[in-house]
Design a protein around this ligand. Structure first.
Ligand code: NAD
Ligand code: USQ
Length: 404
């Protein structure tokens, strides 16, 4: 297939582009390197030493013999996106190109506005470009499990059968997102659903859980292909952070009681889920939703698992319960369905089997690059101004000022 990967220089996008390329698909990446700019803005860097995209792609061509096309530009710039889609003529567009950090979106007004404009306008542009240029193309859009929040009932895959005053209907599952970032995904979902209905577009919304791990078969083929590993308080996700903390001898930073339960998946399953979605497209006019995760854990369970894994390699990891920086339920019911991708052939990797290889050992290998000042959470949901905001205003990223 001809597959355009928007956001292909990022964490999920890079692993996906290589995986699909190795499978023989014709791949193009579009990215404007905003993610790399956010590292500069925040004064942080990936634990792993990632290479510039051009060097990554040259290394990929050398080890695999496969060429990946690139389009450098902003998905929120319609002329750029339309031209890229016109030239590449994709059969599927995989859309990763959004600002994906909840804490980043909660830094201050500027970052909240930026996140929603970048994400919502980008997705609207993708929808319009598909409609105008490649109406049969399948949109595979990365959503998030966080769109649902933590309701006191089972979470279904996208839709809920509701009985009300003697009548029944199947309606979008209620959304209770927990940050301006997660809200941007809800807005996207509504826009995509509407576009499918009015323009007969085909789309799959992949409500993905928290992704962990760095290593895929492809990124392991050469050091220059290494994927990013974020561990800072803004972009680092919980498991990466716990492993980096253990490797640096810092206590594991559980926010509050640690009963927060989420869906998780290995990055090797992310890339396979994308392939499954591309190979089994939604029908014209269909807005399909899959819950993309393989296991659910509470934050406290994860801390204990990391503590045990650390012990196996001779590290002593303490567990700290910090004042919760976010506004979220710390103890709650959580049971989210996730059978549709399994039914289509996903064979999950489990955390108990990959915690050491794909996370802890990577954290240990690069522990010299860890900055312990990046561990404590600096963005607080209820504070009007916080440390990240003060730093941000001193080193404002070009992109932020351009969009407002
Ligand atoms: P990432 O930040 O590593 O990658 C996103 C990429 O998109 C970056 O390379 C960035 O430069 C690019 N980008 C952002 N805005 C752009 C724009 N306007 N134009 C062009 N390029 C742009 O993020 P990720 O972790 O790879 O996440 C990818 C997608 O998956 C996001 O939509 C995210 O919401 C979703 N997701 C991620 C996770 C996770 O745990 N990482 C979990 C669930 C869902
Ligand atoms: N947490 C801690 N300690 C930490 C970091 C996080 O206790 O040091 C807690 C958070 O409070 C939260 C949970 O761990 O309850 C998950 O936080 P996270 O930062 O790992 O993930 P989250 O903010 O939810 O966002 C990540 C990705 C986002 C994606 C989302 C999937 O950054 O792009 O959409 O996971 S989901 O969680 O299903 O919404």
């Amino acid at each position: 297939m001809r597959i355009l990967v928007l956001g292909g220089d990022g964490y999920c996008g890079w692993a996906t582009a290589l995986y699909l390329s190795r499978k023989g698909h014709e791949i193009a990446i579009a990215d404007n390197f905003l993610r790399r700019q956010w590292d500069h803005e925040l004064g942080v860097q990936s634990l792993t030493p990632i290479q510039p995209l051009s060097r990554r792609l040259a290394a990929w061509q050398e080890v695999s013999g496969q060429f990946i096309e690139t389009y450098t530009g902003d998905v929120a710039d319609y002329d750029f996106l339309r031209a890229a889609i016109e030239e590449f003529q994709p059969e599927a567009v995989v859309h990763f190109a959004e600002q994906r950090s909840a804490p980043y979106s909660m830094i201050d007004r500027k970052h909240a506005v930026f996140t929603q404009v970048n994400n919502v306008v980008g997705t609207l542009n993708v929808l319009f470009a598909i409609r105008e240029v490649v109406p049969d193309c399948h949109l595979v859009k990365l959503g998030t499990m966080g769109e649902y929040g933590t309701p006191n009932i089972d979470i279904e895959e996208g839709y809920l059968r509701v009985e009300h005053n003697g009548r029944t209907d199947v309606l979008p599952f209620p959304k209770q997102p927990g940050s301006f970032y997660h809200l941007s995904k809800v807005h996207d979902s509504h826009n995509i659903m509407f576009a499918c209905k009015i323009w007969n577009i085909r789309a799959t919304d992949l409500n993905q859980g928290v992704v962990y791990g760095t290593v895929t078969e492809e990124t392991a083929m050469d050091e220059a292909l290494i994927n990013r590993f974020d561990y800072d308080d803004v972009f680092g996700t919980v498991l990466n952070r716990f492993c980096a903390e253990a490797a640096a001898g810092h206590p594991l930073t559980v926010y509050g009681k640690g009963g927060q339960t989420r869906g998780f998946l290995d990055i090797r399953d992310t890339v396979r889920c994308i392939e499954i979605a591309c190979l089994n497209p939604a029908n014209r006019g269909e807005f399909r939703v899959f819950n993309q995760f393989t296991e659910q854990f509470s934050v406290a369970e994860l801390a204990q698992m990391v503590q045990s894994a650390a012990r196996e390699v001779g590290l002593n990891a303490e567990i700290d319960h910090l004042d919760p920086p976010r506004v979220e339920a710390q103890e709650h019911y959580y049971n989210a369905k996730h059978s549709k991708l399994i039914d289509l052939g996903l064979q999950p990797h489990y955390l108990s089997e990959s915690l050491l290889d794909s996370l802890m050992n990577i954290a240990i290998r690069y522990h010299d690059r860890i900055e312990v000042s990046q561990f404590l959470p600096q963005v607080k949901w209820r504070e009007a101004r916080n440390q990240r905001s003060r730093r941000g205003s001193a080193q404002a990223a070009v992109a932020l000022s351009e969009r407002q």
